[in-house]
Design a protein around this ligand. Structure first.
Ligand SMILES: Nc1nc2c(ncn2[C@@H]2O[C@H](COP(=O)(O)OP(=O)(O)O)[C@@H](O)[C@H]2O)c(=O)[nH]1
Ligand SMILES: [Mg+2]
Length: 368
């Protein structure tokens, strides 16, 4: 039987991981077996560990986006199928990636018709940057080319999900529905909250539909897309934390995040997403995020633990030079740990600007 393939798109920090985690729980409650595939430009993903720590079967496609690693995506799904026999695959693409209908959805439908049943492609709208981008206010803290990617992501969506409804006042919600409706006419819009579950019954109903979805092939300029992506500095690092006495992991992560956010602000780099996960050896974990220069540092999943040893993973996507970002992350983590009486030993650190996307397949016209 074909596996249902549910991919949820959206910009960096829009809420994809949170949404997919909630969907996984909902599908599991319906008795369905779920597998997750994550994706990133680099290795050591906070998201993979976040899903895994929630008890989910996860495979990852690191090193480039799904569109450029299409065969890896298919083979990772194959691994999940061999091990877990899932009914549903939840896939999270890289948040700076677009043109996914032409490069992932259409090829899956065409080349793997008997194996994959592709759900409508829903894309999360990120209010913090999105409001400014749709109003053309200084590209929401990013360059116009990054804003171009943000808009293209929404243009190819079968449905647009305005996320963080829990934080939006009624008049903001009305304004966003109007702005999205004006700029992406004909696309269904749902208001959701991945944090509270608001709108998720409507979302699962939408995702269960079959028919002429995943057919919006973009008219897109790959030079602008590549330039926009390359403006983002990318950093994935891992460190081992050790201390002589138990330390408050949540307090330490919060301090690191707040300081990193403030350093990025001082350097004039817009934060697209700063995220980190701290894990002890028994599997307890905390996740923290900052999703824009105007959004407070927040532990989305606190651990309430005081370990003596823990693993830390930092993933940062910020509009600054990746070498500067890498140096600042190491400095901030080391200093914040030292203040808490914790030693931080970096094990891996990878910084980069995303390379030009070269899709494995690109369908110029919808075939299916
Ligand atoms: N208040 C609120 N926060 C949310 C919501 N959805 C996601 N977040 C937070 O936004 C941050 C980024 O979410 P994440 O799922 O990691 O985004 P991704 O980069 O698209 O995968 C995390 O701190 C989440 O807890 C929501 O509906 N409401
Ligand atoms: Mg994510």
């Amino acid at each position: 039987m074909a596996v249902r393939f549910v991919m949820i798109g959206g910009f960096l920090g829009a809420g994809k991981t949170t949404t997919l985690g909630r969907l996984a729980k909902m599908y599991a409650a319906q008795g369905k077996r779920v597998g997750v595939v994550t994706n990133d430009q680099a290795h050591d993903l906070v998201d993979t560990n976040t899903f895994r720590n929630q008890g989910l079967a996860v495979e990852e496609v690191p090193g480039a986006c799904f569109c450029c690693r299409f065969d890896d995506l298919v083979s990772r799904v194959g691994s999940l199928q061999a091990a877990e026999r899932p009914d549903v695959i939840l896939a999270e693409p890289v948040g700076s990636c677009t043109d996914l209908v032409a490069t992932v959805v259409q090829p899956l439908k065409d080349l793997y018709a008997g194996q994959f049943e592709v759900a409508p492609y829903a894309v999360l709208f990120k209010p913090s940057h999105g409001t400014r981008i749709l109003k053309n206010q200084q590209a929401g803290g990013f360059s116009p080319k990054a804003a171009y990617i943000f808009k293209k992501q929404l243009e190819e969506a079968d449905a647009i999900l305005i996320n963080r409804a829990d934080e939006l006042a009624p008049q903001q919600q009305t304004e966003l529905v109007r702005l999205v409706g004006e700029q992406f006419p004909g696309t269904p819009v749902l208001k959701v909250s991945a944090a509270t579950g608001e709108g998720f019954d409507a979302l699962t109903e939408l995702l269960s539909q079959t028919g002429g979805f995943g057919r919006k092939i973009l008219d897109i300029d790959y030079d602008t897309y590549a330039d926009g992506e390359a403006e983002l500095g990318w950093l994935n690092a891992t460190a081992r934390l050790t201390a002589a006495a138990p330390f408050d992991l949540d307090a330490l992560l919060t301090a690191i995040l707040a300081e990193l956010a403030s350093v990025c602000r001082d350097l004039g780099g817009e934060v697209a997403h700063l995220k980190l996960i701290g894990m002890d050896d028994a599997g307890a974990f905390a996740v923290g995020n900052v999703v824009s220069n105007d959004t407070a540092a927040k532990l989305s999943l606190p651990s309430n633990i005081t370990p003596r040893e823990a693993d830390l993973i930092v993933n940062a996507r910020v509009a600054i030079d990746p070498a500067v970002l890498e140096a600042e992350v190491q400095k901030v983590v080391t200093a914040a740990c030292a203040r808490a009486g914790v030693g931080a030993e970096f094990r891996t650190s990878q910084s980069l600007r995303p390379g030009r996307p070269v899709p494995t397949h690109r369908y110029a016209k919808a075939k299916n």
